[in-house]
Design a protein around this ligand. Sequence first.
Ligand code: FES
Ligand code: ZN
Ligand code: ZN
Length: 301
Amino acid sequence: MRCDHCQNDAVTFIRYNGSHLCSGHFMSYVERRVKRELRKQVDLSRGSRIAVAVSGGKDSMVTLDLIRRTFGKRRDAEIHCISIDEGIDGYRRPSLDIVQRYCQEHSLPYHERSFAKEFGKGMDDIAPLSGSSSPCTYCGVLRRKCLNSLARELECGHLATGLNLDDTAQSLMMNFARGDVERMARMGPHVKVQPGLIPRIQPLRVIPEKESYLYAMCAGLEFHDGECPYADAALRNQYRSIIDELEKRSPGSKFSILSSYEQLAPMLRDRMPQTDLRECSCGEPTLSTRCKACQLLSGLQ
Ligand code: FES
Ligand code: ZN
Ligand code: ZN
């Protein structure tokens, strides 16, 4: 099959809009949408430094690459790559080596923080102690704390993550089905700037996971494809298969879920204005007196 725009062979058929695209036209198609998102989400008057949270997986490598392509040559922007070593033997180190190689090749500053140094233990120590909670809960909360504090220390105005359309649609449906409208109202990208909390940006939120994978391949990006040994087998994966099935039957469903949310979001934020954050004794912003990370860590002891 030929590309709709040139004589080259198509590398993909996009079901939701019926187009066949070659590698070059597919890459431009992704870049156009991500750049539009970046224009909407990034406000350099908040600070010229953009932190990019990179694990070495495809989504974060694509995010880093597209942010570099967009802002890399601008004098009013500075990109800092930040990575977290959660202490998962045989899994995280090889992926962080990929990130470091990319940063060296493109002369980007690389910063790393580890659970072991921050909390005195890594995920391999925490997982056996996590009891009825999933290790993922600990990993996610502690990782967010490390990313936020590192981005804050670096005085970054934004913190970019690699969340793609599939992740976003899954989170929306999970919150919706659980009746957790308040959490839905607080989902990123952040519009209100809160002291101590570096506003998140999510440039891939309009890019389906399959397209992120194909973009990484077409751009020749090295990425880590392994699966975390503690990957949560429960809830999120159920929503992943429900939404994938929906998309198979009605192509474009993932976009519709996101666009419905975008229409509702301003009303939700009006109904549930974000309360001012306090400062936890560890220095992190929190809604209650202690941040979630400190609560979880004290529960382990
Ligand atoms: Fe959740 Fe690794 S701990 S994916
Ligand atoms: Zn083409
Ligand atoms: Zn705390």
